[in-house]
Design a protein around this ligand. Sequence first.
Ligand SMILES: *[C@@H]1O[C@H](CO)[C@@H](O)[C@H](O)[C@H]1NC(C)=O
Ligand SMILES: *[C@@H]1O[C@H](CO)[C@@H](O)[C@H](O)[C@H]1NC(C)=O
Length: 364
Amino acid sequence: MKPTFLPLIFGTFLAVPLFAAPVRQSPEIPDLPRLVLYYQTTHDPFGRPISILPLVTEKHIALTHLIVCSFHINYGGIVHLNDHPPQSPLFYTLWNETRVMQAAGVKVMGMVGGATPGAFTRSTLDSADVQTFDGYYSQLRNVIAAYRLDGLDIDVEQRMSQKGITRLVRRLRQDFGPDFIITQAPAASALLRSDGALSGFSYQQLENEVGADIAFYNTQFYNGLGSMVGADTFESIVDAGWPPTKIVAGQLTSPANGGGFVPHEQLNKTITELRDRYGEIGGIMGWEYFNSAPGGRARPWEWAQIMTAILRPNSVPVLTVSDATARSLLQAWKASTFSGAAENQPDRETNSGPSVDYMAMVVG
Ligand SMILES: *[C@@H]1O[C@H](CO)[C@@H](O)[C@H](O)[C@H]1NC(C)=O
Ligand SMILES: *[C@@H]1O[C@H](CO)[C@@H](O)[C@H](O)[C@H]1NC(C)=O
């Protein structure tokens, strides 16, 4: 899929399977344990794009999956990435940078759903009516194909039917082929209950039906839904029959992002204990990038450096940014920032350049 396909695939029903994986150099990165990070806040308060490239250019980071979020399915409307259509100029930087991340071997996925209602109702993706489902699903499918996403994280935080979630997983597999990464984002407690708590369906039944199609579970161990202060929640999940390598321990990256933040010294203790017991676990997931502790907004990548030290210090990938790539990133940054699409339009006079030095990333 080339970006020039965009006008064609939007609004067109494609019967043939779409394969999202772009042609690119893919350095061999061991899959386990995973280091997964959500990227939802894409702009700073001045309307300037927040670069994700430090996650591959700063030293000693071994990110495996970046999840761009949140895609919203809007009843009677079109899919949005947060507050804007994904093709908005605001996201030029984002979509140019995700290509660079992919070239460094990081899997770039999307996430649909989250705390905002709309995606999984009886009038949208959970519709019993096939045409209604197809209409909303095809919007999602087109975005995945257009931006060459490597996978989709399904974050059901409202009631959805068992049939509905299974249908969605099966359709994604059918349309995007065997390498497409499908994940779920349950609350830790939801894996222990047959009613799935706020998701409405049983995750155990989902795993029984389409478990082979779900790569892993970005499990929320925070906001009172589970905890990594000690090993107990994770252990109860394994005792309930879940494979430890399929459970990625979801953590808040900052106390500002919710309740139940675990300092990294404590987290390391729990992770060490779990790996001693089970040999390996699924990894660590962080919600979300832009304000991660300890660096905060100024240096959010420090969280990923510490998690790498805890999880996978010996598998740090090497990034290559060519001169031409750096120049086009600079171009995209300017286009994103001064497109006029942001609510807070930055001033050209006071914004001489990006908050990230793309030219300094050029190697050789
Ligand atoms: C994590 O804890 C283990 C065991 O105590 C220790 O060897 C290791 O250095 C710690 N790692 C980090 C990054 O703190
Ligand atoms: C990359 O940025 C340019 C603007 O510099 C934009 O035209 C292009 O659509 C962007 N690429 C993607 C995939 O969004």
